[in-house]
Design a protein around this ligand. Sequence first.
Ligand code: HXC
Length: 519
Amino acid sequence: MEHLEKIKQLIELREKAKQGGGENRIEAQHAKGKYTARERIEMLLDEGSFEEYDMFVTHRCRDFGLEDQLYLGDGVITGHGTIDGRVVYVFSQDFTVMGGSLSETFANKICKIMDQAIKVGAPIIGINDSGGARIQEGVMSLAGYAEIFHRNIMASGVVPQISAIFGPCAGGAVYSPALTDVIIMSEKNSYMFVTGPKVTKAVTGEDISVEDLGSAGVHTSKSGVAHFRAESEEEGILLIRKLLEYLPSNNLEDPIVTECTDPIDRLEEELNSIIPSNPNQPYDVKDIIYSLVDDREFLEMHRHYAKNIVVGFAKFNGIPVGIVANQPNYLAGVLDIDASKKAARFVRFCDAFNVPLVTLVDVPGFLPGSRQEHGGIIIHGAKLLFAYGEATVPKVTVTLRKSYGGAHDVMSSKQLRSDINYAWPSAEIAVMGAKGAIEILESSNVAKIEDPEERAKYIAQKETEYIEKFANPYMAARHGFIDDVIEPRNTRFRVIRALQTLATKKDTNPPRKHNNIPL
Ligand code: HXC
């Protein structure tokens, strides 16, 4: 064959690979409102940056007539490219080729880019749209999944791993995304479950639809498996790009500090009066977050799950930070099982990738009751305590209002190695609220008062005394547990100066194989 002929052949082969499962299947994919695997990569990466690997790979299965069904690339597109000029590795499952099902060679392709991403120190982005294990390949496919899982584990905390679910993701296949840092699900067309409706019905008798079992809605609000629910695939892709703005490419780098035009000393007058005078009245902590951060930009994770705690990324004078804030607007901002798990995972995510933590505290305590106790709030609450205690990134804490009991210790207290702890004058830092405290301390005295009016007066007087003595930041400040009591309107400036000062902070934990966080 002439050289020019050979080049023509190469071009034809490339074109063929780009067709995936063929025109009809691409049309079917579009008819479902889904993009193809290639279109998704194009949307995700900087224009013209994609370098594809293994375009000519085909499967090795010679059973069930598969020997005649060979598709170049074998149902997954892999390679690397850039996002905002930074290298990322990507795989995108191609549903048009045998339902995006995973074969031995399909898995090998993914493993190849994962191995390289770990060596290079670049994020791994996986776009999932697959019918799961390629049934005809049997155990080869199971082994392929396990190879991927193992690499997910090895990459964890080394390079950021982000999963988008834009189609089916079922059976053991769910465990690859589950091992990654962030899961984004598209509102339509995506679902995740370990066992589908048919097996569920056969084993348990429960009748349930695909949507009720594992839709984006379910996983972002009930199970907490997914962090983001995207209205469209475009939005999902934008979220991936946005997330990477706050993360370094690997654990040995720091997040990139960008130029900031939002004045650092911007005074936010309304913060001086944002805390209601009635301590039981809620307010939206997100209003405070928006007014503190650069350009009011806050990328909230897990927005629909455990709403009593808010977590997400923002910047302070261009410095990326992770924000954790109790939300008085929902269940009074109490810490419960879900909130503890959500925040603990976020704190560890930030710490793994050198993202400083800013914590805004307004917590009445842990949620009481048998549901919480029997559900293991002890162990789950300990996760958050552990996560804060082990984190070595710069930690800045601002107590806005309540900070009571065990929850006070948990929420990035000084003793958990928080670096700079501020409090607003409205802060109440104590073992418990006035009502509970007086009930316990004064029960025998109260019992001696027969007249109900006199009794109420006595309790009110004792509560007022307690509030005056304990419901303020100064007792903690006197002991140095609070570094300074600050004017709310000046919080942005104080937090920025704290973060700038802590930029060169170095701290370590004792050497060990790994810790034993109460999972
Ligand atoms: C081989 C598969 C496949 C699979 C789909 N296809 N899934 N081929 N192995 N797992 C093929 C179909 O045969 C079909 O080929 C084409 O892909 C498109 O599939 P359709 O069924 O036509 O598409 P749709 O109606 O959209 O349904 C999608 C689906 C369904 C819901 C995903 O295909 C499905 O239920 N697939 C099986 C899912 C499953 O049980 N997988 C195994 C899970 S267990 P043709 O040529 O006919 O068009 C698992 C274990 C992992 O994954 C273990 C890891 C540890």
